[in-house]
Ligand binder design. Structure first.
Ligand code: G6P
Length: 470
């Protein structure tokens, strides 16, 4: 069973009051949806709108168990504690985290509700997989009400260094909540290391390579695995999609609409301050200004899907980005040529695959990102081995995708040079690099990721049975 704040589908209520389901945004759902479709099982989560009491239902092989949130809980638990406290804190305080006691109260209450919902439907001895920063207290609560369960927790976003994490007024409670799991997964080895250090500093527990040893009341220790399991995508599925004739026709259409002869540079992100969209626009604007690129032969397509729109930092970001895009188009565009095609929409997978196929250069310039699955999707899509990925070293994907052009997005000159290198890269070098990126993404796909996490959970379950029998 899987528990995450968001279900794989969002309830969308139209103006006329009619309700529909649509695919939820974000990397967690992109990764977990194919895993759950394949394995089947229950998915406990929030349907994405306030005050909606939806009965459980089946969506193909997945049994959906909706957990309701009131309007106030959406504000305090989701927009507040999850996305205005934990999110900025865990992304290295790129934006200042806000600490409010009433948000913490809501976070505890909602975590309790998720844990109870999962406890009520789990079979005896079942395996429960808890996902992400919105639900860090669930493993401990679940263990206390259902000690028979084997519990995994995966943190999809970074885990910060102790000096940052220790700002959190409820740091001990959070660490203790996560430690209720048997296996705790992180994206990068550095995240797992940061977590272990926080455990040592805050709770004084011993850690041994990938294990945390939690002292028990009888003097023994419960071993908890805490290590990295880098997440991935359904690589074969993406390639299949890209090979569909309709998707290829759409890619051609996009190219011809943007200008056949142009180099297409693409950015695809949730509109989030962690993604480095401003840095990207600054670098691109300076390249136009310096004359190293021109709107006659390049264009930037920036897809920025709407996200967390009621959180003030996100509103400000949107305003800044839209101002910058407007300036760039005003300063450099002409009747014939547009500097930046800015699209504030979410798109279905087919359209994304067509965009990836059409793009000569993919820009992933995150200031901090757990993994960044867009980078992997781009590689999986490019079965023609063309295209260049420019990738931030602050995205988890850079641990694996070494043949991308790796950049530091804060270094605007370095970013500009990498964009020019990408735009002018000979086809033979594109192919060489893309082949290596594709090999990695094909081999380490999301099925392999979930197998290795679930194997670790199974081993921990087996160890427990041995210990109990002794
Ligand atoms: C990231 C997080 C997910 C989250 C997604 C979308 O991928 O790791 O937990 O669901 O963003 O954000 P949202 O706030 O819309 O759920």
């Amino acid at each position: 069973m899987c528990i995450s704040n968001r279900l794989p589908v969002d309830r969308v209520i139209a103006d006329d009051g009619t309700a529909q389901w649509k695919t939820s945004p974000g990397g967690l759902v992109t990764a977990m949806e194919p895993v759950m479709r394949e394995q089947g099982g229950a998915w406990v989560g929030w349907p994405g709108v306030a005050d909606e009491d939806v009965e459980p239902f089946s969506d193909g092989t997945i049994d959906i168990y909706p957990v309701a949130l009131s309007e106030e809980e959406v504000q305090d638990f989701y927009e507040g504690f999850s996305n205005d406290t934990i999110w900025p804190l865990y992304h290295d305080v790129i934006a200042p985290p806000a600490y409010h006691r009433e948000w913490w109260v809501a976070y505890q209450r909602v975590n309790q509700r998720f844990a109870e919902a999962a406890a009520a439907i789990s079979a005896n001895g079942a395996t429960v997989w808890v996902h992400d920063y919105q639900l860090q207290l669930v493993p401990r609560i679940l263990r206390s009400i259902r000690p028979d369960l084997t519990i995994g927790y995966f943190n999809h976003i970074p885990f910060p260094a102790y000096g940052i994490f220790s700002q959190l007024p409820w740091r001990k409670q959070i660490i203790n909540g996560v430690l209720g799991a048997d296996v705790i997964g992180f994206q990068r080895p550095a995240d797992a290391g940061n977590f272990q250090r926080s455990v040592r500093r805050l709770l004084g527990y011993e850690t041994k390579s990938a294990r945390v040893l939690e002292p028990q009341s009888d003097g023994s220790f419960r071993p908890i695995v805490a290590k990295s399991f880098p997440i991935s995508i359904d690589s074969a599925g993406f390639e299949r999609l890209a090979r569909q004739p309709e998707v290829q026709a759409r890619a051609k259409e996009i190219r011809s609409q943007l200008g056949e002869e142009k180099t297409i540079i693409l950015g695809v992100d949730r509109l989030d301050y962690t993604k480095g969209i401003r840095h990207r626009l600054k670098a691109y604007g300076e390249l136009l200004e310096d004359g190293r690129l021109s709107v006659e032969n390049t264009t930037l397509v920036q897809v920025a899907s709407p996200s967390r729109e009621r959180v003030e930092t996100y509103r400000q970001l949107r305003d800044e980005i839209e101002l910058t895009v407007g300036r760039l188009n005003g300063d450099f565009g002409s009747i014939a040529d547009t500097a930046v095609h800015y699209l504030h929409h979410g798109y279905p997978r087919e359209e994304m695959a067509a965009l990836y196929l059409a793009a000569d250069v993919m820009l992933v310039t995150a200031l901090r990102d757990g993994m960044n699955l867009v980078a992997k999707e781009y590689a999986a899509t490019r079965f023609d081995r063309r295209g260049v990925l420019v990738l931030s070293e602050f995205a988890g994907a850079s641990d694996e995708l070494k043949q991308a052009l790796l950049i530091n997005p804060h270094d605007i000159e370095g970013l500009k040079d990498a964009i020019v290198q990408a735009v002018t890269m000979p086809v033979s070098e594109q192919e060489k690099r893309m082949r290596s990126l594709r090999r990695r993404v094909a081999e380490y796909d999301v099925a392999r990721w979930s197998r290795s996490f679930l194997n670790a959970l199974e081993e921990s379950h087996a160890r427990r049975l041995v210990a109990e029998a002794a």
